[in-house]
Structure formats: C-alpha cells, structure tokens
Design a protein around this ligand. Sequence first.
Ligand code: 13P
Length: 287
Amino acid sequence: MLVSAKEMLTKAKEGHYAVGQFNINNLEWTKAVLQTAEELKSPVILGVSEGAAKYMCGYTTVANMVKAMINELGITVPVALHLDHGTYEACYKCIDAGFSSIMFDGSHYPIAENVAKTQELVKVCAEKGMSLEAEVGSIGGEEDGVVGMGECADPNECKMVADLGVTMLAAGIGNIHGKYPENWPGLSFETLEAISEKVGKMPLVLHGGTGIPADMIKKAISLGVSKINVNTECQLAFAAATRAYVEAGKDLQGKGFDPRKLLAPGVDAIKATVKEKMELFGSVGKA
Ligand code: 13P
C-alpha cells in the first residue's frame, strides 16, 4: 500500500518507536526492503535521493516501479515513497511523478527563505495528501552530492518550521551521513531534548542512521525521534557480500555469473541489515 508517511509516523511517535527510511538504488534494493518490511509486518519508507533517481531513469520510473512492485509482490504493509534531501525543483517533479512523500531540504537557505519555500510546499502537499519533511540545521558529511556542515539546529527555528504544518522535521543534532569518524563526539541529546520540548508532537527525523550505536538510537527514540534514515549501511553490507562471493570464485563456478545468483548474497545482506534496523527501531509488527 503506497501511503503518505503521516499516519505511520504519528503512530510511531505515540508508540515510542521509529520507522526506518531505507534508501533505494535499483530493483534489487527496492525488492529487498519491501519484502523484509512485509515479512516483519513493519511500515517502511523508501528513500530516493536525486542522484539515485537519476541513476534509476527518473522519478516517474521509480514511482511506477515501486507501485508495480507493491502490487506484484502483494505488499500489504504501509509504504511511503519519499524524496530524500530534495531541492525545491525536485520536490515538484516528485509531486508530479506520484511520490507519496517529499523532503524539502532548505537548510542551506537563510531561515526566512527556508520558511517561505517550506510553507508553499506544505500547502501543495496538503492538497495532494502527501507528507512533507523539512530540515533545520544541517546533517554533516555528504549524501549523494548534498554536503552539510553538521551544525546543530536552533530549537526556536525548529519550532518556527514545525508550526508551518510540515509532517516531520529533520534537525541536525551532530549526526553525519556516511561512516562516523573515530573522534565523533556522539549525538547531541541536549539539542534533541530542547527541540523536542519546543515541537511537541511533531515526529523528528534522524538522518545518518548508519553506524549510530544502539543505545544512542534508543535514547533518540525516547526523546521524540520517529523516523531514522539508513543508506550507507545497506550499501556496505551489499558490497561486502558481493565481494565475498566473487573472491570465493563463485561467479566462475557453473552458472554463478548469472546476475540472479551473483547479486543474491548482496540482496540477502540488505535484507539482514533492514531486519536488524527494524528490530532496533521497534517497528516490527506495527503495520
Ligand atoms: P547514512 O548513509 O549515514 O545511513 O544516512 C542516510 C540518510 O540520512 C539519508 O538521508
């Protein structure tokens, strides 16, 4: 069922768990995430960055593939198809292409411009029954060409953006896209607590889910995080499993070169990663 992320995140916030956003890159990725969500009866959000959409032949191709797959695989759990870190222009392209959710990343604009553009998109998404994620502060590191300095969000600015009527809010709290460096000081729970107090029921989004220790994930959920984004960890798991298959020479044995065989260990590794995260986030059985 392709739905907006609103209901699943409202339930998650009330139920003190989080829904995972898993970024997709191709057919195998999408199928692996959808099948795992169905198996575990978990709601799920499929994240699509602008770069990944381009790679997959555009937003319409992605939306049509996801809708068809939901039907063909008999997926009954709620699935949101979400633009990740979208520019203003990409948001409109996804609205037209049939996505059910978008993130407008206006964090690099001055706050007044971020607010104005977000406000406009709140209206459009409400008319279309879509969910909208906004960002305040910035997520450190690099995500498919989107670079952030990693500054913590200002709780007052968070309240200003939350009050516009967005569905969920991504706030920088020291989180970073990609692998965390050895000297990473950890999430700023002080900032998260202050933001939570200001925004009340608004579901908060934790980007950079790869590599955050389980205890920090649990604490973040207890302080109001209801959506956690994971991308790099699935890529690392896929790459390691594929490497092991090739290094063991399995592609050279019999018909081991068949893409259905060659990619199978990687797909299984994505599934295992998604399962582990859904269990940690507490979304299993919540569909
Ligand atoms: P990671 O790649 O660090 O898991 O971050 C994913 C993300 O936040 C997508 O927006």
